[in-house]
Design a protein around this ligand. Sequence first.
Ligand SMILES: [Zn+2]
Length: 322
Amino acid sequence: MSDAPSKTLTDAHCHLAALPTKDNGCLLSTRMKNGLVARTVALRLGLPMDDPEEANRRYRARLASSLAASAYVSRAVTLAMDGVYGADGRLDEARTDFLISNDYVLAIAEENKSFLPGVSVNPNRRDALDELGRCAARGAALVKLLPNAQVFDPGDPKHRPFWRELAKLGLPLLSHIGFEFSLIGQDQSVGNPERLIPALEEGATVIAAHGCSRGLVLGEPHFQTMLDMVRKFPRFYVDSSALTLPNRFGMLLKLRGCAELRPRLLFGTDYPLPVWAFPALAGGPGAYLRAKRTANPFDRQFLVQKALGLEPAADFASLLRK
Ligand SMILES: [Zn+2]
């Protein structure tokens, strides 16, 4: 029996990490640079933190070669990350832990067609609508937001014009759900899925990240909300990114047998976060060993989902602007 579909998948949630250089427009706070997440990623991927150009080149090359070697995944949406904006709509560098610029993500995607540009525009930016238009004209595939770290509430009615513009431009919104440990969050409840309802009401396509898992090991309070939103909004999707992690895999198990969710479940990894094989144990020891022996992170994510009967039934490619 084959593992069809072969190499037709798009990873809807893949991070393009980068150290700041003189011209890439990215930022990284000293605290973040010396923090556990950055150091672990650098160590695992062999990135020289004292040579940003080389570190960034290696990161891109490794991501491209992993995609090229994958048996199931051909493309990845590579994500930018906007910063925190003050009441005046200007970037607040002191409160921004890291920023991956839209220009960097757009330029890299022009160079390598297996990368789709996932830009990031904080709705609090005073030029937010212009930036959306500029990114759409340059081929953006979606807009990624992380409300916990970007310090805004997607449920705030003042952002409705922003969601309307996304709908008009045909740009899907990908938004983080749940607690955020790798960044310093402020109000964690802005990561609740129901905060995305105004964007759906304004006609935007919305992808809630991490299968709406809370990210706190025990209890998945967003499960019913997610099902209600799937029933009510035909443009509501979730992605499977990070669902193999120990703090989120409980939701992965809950998604089994959830037939009505399957057509809305998009494939995602949250690269460079590790993909764990152990949830595949629920599919038997053979399925687990197969996932465990597969080093390619995209393929391992696919095999874990397959072991649980959660092969992607929808693909991000169907959401792309025509
Ligand atoms: Zn992510």
